[in-house]
Design a protein around this ligand. Structure first.
Ligand code: PLP
Length: 451
């Protein structure tokens, strides 16, 4: 690419694009980093500069960029057909993928509904849960229970069950109400207690909400083990199964949003495996295609599925679908992604890398402005604080997390923060050497920005 076209891209980006979750007035003042190609855990910009992809291109990449198996699967599918609809027709890779997803998830999940992204996977679970209750005589079950600090996507339904004021408060008048329980954020425990002595006292929040409202609740939705966008907030062992038990007690459906945690991120294929929890709905997206193409899946049980079956004139149909539902290219990529997990024994190799990352992070713990390091497998949140003793946060407007991430770029590492939390979520294929670089550069940048 000539210098001239590189420059033009940088200008046109600022002229024509509107970037997500971005203050565009500030963006326009800076020269954007324009990515041109990638290889494994590394991406390159239009000037040929190399960067470690420390957040897996926003939590989606699994086995690296340009993995030959996925590249080849997409090319092969292109030679057959790029897209054909699932409305009134079936297509080869979506059938194969549905079977595969049913095989690798808990045995009672038997049906797959495809869509395009994490938000739609959640919308579908919410609408199915609502309609299920309506069609099984539980017409008073119209409410949802979700968690403070939760993030389930940006469409109106998923925002309604979200709990991050910064993102969600503006839209309140547009949203349906959901009852909000406390998620265990141990570093900033709302009860002022410490784990494990607390014996999960925060369970009282969801227990009380359900005890009081259970007759009207259609479903509980939760991010299992880790609230991702809420700041990589990890819940202590037992919390997830406790939520499942409560749902069982009151006949409430459980929706697990594994959009971020799915496909190896926590060290297991799915986070639910850590506690053997069986949900009524499982929402998958992000790494489902190994980070190649937009695709999502909402899995559910035969019990839910059967409630939608009947004569056409009964109108029990799930009237929902998207133009690209079950897109063959994306499904082919997803099949190849799962094939790599099997052939390369990705999860077996990951165990050792997760331990290694844990050891590397030991040294970060003692930095003067690191308040907390939370981690589940390859999902890491480093919470920076103004004062370690009092846990006083940096004012949001100081953009301390963003400052650290920008600094990292000087040494060839791409990160993206969540407020004061620096997030590391490398691709599963990252090497030991690259993990060392990731933590080394992050440590350096935290030192530079907070000192
Ligand atoms: N659910 C969770 C837990 C997420 O982390 C995200 C995105 O970060 C979403 C849903 C929304 O996914 P998407 O951005 O693909 O709509």
């Amino acid at each position: 690419m000539s210098k001239m076209s590189e420059h033009l891209l940088e200008i046109d980006d600022r002229r024509f694009l509107w970037h997500p979750f971005t203050q565009m007035a500030e963006w326009e003042e800076e020269t954007p980093l324009v990515i041109e190609h990638g290889e494994g855990a590394v991406v390159y910009d239009i000037h040929g500069r190399e960067y470690l992809d420390g957040v897996s291109s926003l939590w989606v990449n699994a086995h690296g960029h340009r993995h030959p198996t996925i590249d080849e699967a997409i090319r092969r599918q292109l030679d057959a057909i790029a897209h054909s609809t699932l409305l009134g027709l079936a297509n080869v890779p979506s059938v194969q993928l549905a079977r595969k997803l049913v095989e690798i998830t808990p045995h009672h999940l038997t049906r797959v509904f495809f869509s395009d992204n994490g938000s739609t996977a959640v919308e579908i679970a919410l609408k199915m849960a609502f309609q299920f209750q309506q069609q099984t005589g539980e017409t008073q079950r119209t409410q949802f229970v979700s968690f403070h600090n939760a993030y389930h996507g940006d469409t109106i339904g998923s925002v309604s069950v979200g709990g991050i004021d910064l993102f969600h408060a503006t839209y309140k008048p547009m949203l349906f109400k959901s009852l909000k329980a406390q998620y265990p954020y141990c570093y900033r425990c709302y009860l002022g207690k410490s784990y494990p002595e607390c014996e999960l006292a925060c369970r009282e929040s969801i227990e009380e909400i359900l005890a009081k409202n259970h007759e009207n609740v259609a479903a509980v939705i939760i991010e299992p083990l880790v609230q991702g966008a809420g700041g990589m907030v990890t819940s202590p062992p037992g919390f997830l199964s406790l939520v499942r038990d409560l749902c069982n007690r009151y006949g409430i459906l459980l929706i697990l949003d594994e959009v971020a945690t799915g496909f190896g991120r926590t060290g297991r294929m799915f986070a639910l495996e850590h506690e053997g929890v069986e949900p009524d709905f499982l929402c998958l997206a992000k790494a489902i295609t190994g980070g190649y193409l937009p695709l999502a899946a909402t899995l559910t049980t035969d019990q839910v599925y059967q409630a939608f079956c009947g004569e056409y004139s009964e109108f029990k149909t799930f009237f929902h679908g998207h133009s690209y539902t079950g897109n063959p290219l994306a499904c082919a990529a997803a099949l190849a992604n799962l094939e790599i997990f099997e052939k390369e024994k990705t999860l077996d190799h990951l165990k050792e890398k997760i331990d290694f990352l844990g050891k590397l992070l030991e040294s970060v713990k003692d930095l003067p402005h690191v308040g907390d390091i939370r981690r589940s497998g390859f999902m890491v949140g480093i919470e920076l604080v103004k004062d370690r003793a009092t846990r006083e946060p940096y004012p949001y407007a100081e953009k301390i997390g963003a400052g650290v991430c920008l600094k990292c770029r000087e040494k060839g590492v791409i990160l993206r923060p969540l407020g004061n939390v620096v997030v590391l979520m490398p691709p599963l294929c990252i090497t030991h050497e690259q993990l060392e670089k990731l933590v080394e550069v992050t440590t350096w940048a935290i030192g530079e920005i907070t000192s």
